[in-house]
Design a protein around this ligand. Structure first.
Ligand SMILES: Nc1ncnc2c1ncn2[C@@H]1O[C@H](COP(=O)(O)OP(=O)(O)OP(=O)(O)O)[C@@H](O)[C@H]1O
Ligand SMILES: [Mg+2]
Length: 244
C-alpha cells in the first residue's frame, strides 16, 4: 500500500505569527492518527498545508514521492487526499443513495466521468459504502431528515466514494450525541487500514475510543506523541492542555 505522509520542519508564518513551527510528522499508509492540542495549536493549519490551501513558509511536505508544496489543491485531491470539513455539504433534497451516487460522479479528475460510464460496478460500490457508514437502511431517505451524526457519516461516505488514500477529518464529533460519537469512532477505525486517516478532535473520550497513536500539537509543533495513556500522563501535556 502507498500513501505515506511526510512532514519535516514545516513552518507557517502569518504576519510574523508562527502558526506552525518546525513541525515534523509521519503518517504511515493505513494508519489511523489522532491529533489533539489547545486552541490555536496549528491543527487546522496543518491540514491546510497538506491539502494545499496554505503554503508553508519552510519545510518538506510529501505524499509518497510527491512534493505537495508544488501542487495546487485540485492536484493534491487528485493524488487521493480527501478532507472533511465540519459543516456537511450533503444535498438535502437528494436521498442518501443519490448523494453517494453524486459523489461518485463528481470528478476528482477529468477522466472520472468516463470511468463512470464504463464502470458497471457503481451500484455495488455505493452499497458497500452504505454498509461501511452504517446507513444501508436509510438509502432511500432524503438527506434532509437525517440526524446531525448521520449527515456527518454520509459526508464521510461521499469522500470514500472518491477512494482517498488519505482522509483528513477535523473535529468530526462536535455536536454529536454520545452514541453518535461512539459510532463515529468505530466508523473511523473501520475505514482506516485501507487508507490513512488523520483525525483532529478535542473530545478525549472519542480519541481514546479510536485506539490509535496520538500526536499532541502545541504552538505549532509536536509536544508529545504515543498512546492516549502516554500523552495523558505526560507532564508537559497536562501543563499546557489537559490541566487547564
Ligand atoms: N489564514 C490565517 N491568517 C492569519 N492567522 C491564521 C490563519 N489561519 C490560522 N491562523 C492563526 O494560526 C493559529 C493556529 O490556528 P489553527 O486554526 O491551525 O489552530 P487549531 O489548532 O486548529 O485550533 P482550534 O482547536 O481552535 O481549531 C491561530 O492563532 C490562528 O489565529
Ligand atoms: Mg482547528
Amino acid at each position: 500500500m502507498s500513501g505515506r505522509l511526510y512532514l519535516d520542519g514545516v513552518s507557517v508564518v502569518f504576519d510574523g505569527f508562527r502558526a506552525l513551527n518546525n513541525l515534523s510528522l509521519i503518517i504511515e499508509p493505513g494508519e489511523l492518527r489522532a491529533i489533539i492540542g489547545p486552541n490555536g495549536a496549528g491543527k487546522t493549519t496543518m491540514m491546510d498545508i497538506i491539502t494545499g490551501k496554505t503554503r508553508p513558509t519552510a519545510g518538506v511536505v510529501q505524499f509518497d514521492d510527491h512534493d505537495l508544496t508544488r501542487l495546487d489543491e485540485a492536484a493534491i485531491a487528485n493524488l487521493g487526499i480527501g478532507r472533511k470539513f465540519q459543516k456537511p455539504t450533503v444535498f438535502d433534497a437528494l436521498t442518501v443513495f443519490e448523494n453517494l451516487e453524486l459523489a461518485l460522479k463528481s470528478p476528482r479528475d477529468p477522466w472520472s466521468c468516463l470511468r463512470w460510464v464504463l464502470g458497471p460496478d457503481y451500484q455495488r460500490r455505493i452499497e458497500a459504502t452504505l454498509a461501511e457508514i452504517g446507513l444501508a437502511e436509510r438509502a432511500g431517505d432524503k438527506a434532509a431528515i437525517l440526524s446531525h451524526g448521520q449527515r456527518q457519516w454520509l459526508e464521510i461516505g461521499m469522500l470514500l466514494m472518491q477512494e482517498p488514500q488519505l482522509l483528513l477529518v477535523d473535529e468530526p464529533v462536535a455536536g454529536m450525541t454520545d452514541q453518535e460519537t461512539e459510532h463515529t469512532a468505530a466508523l473511523l477505525r473501520r475505514i482506516a487500514g485501507q487508507r490513512s486517516v488523520v483525525v483532529v478532535e478535542h473530545d478525549l473520550e472519542f480519541v481514546r475510543a479510536l485506539g490509535s497513536k496520538v500526536t499532541v500539537l502545541c504552538e505549532g509543533s509536536v509536544l508529545s506523541e504515543g498512546s492516549i495513556d502516554h500523552v495523558q500522563n505526560d507532564p508537559r501535556v497536562i501543563e499546557v492542555y489537559l490541566g487547564r
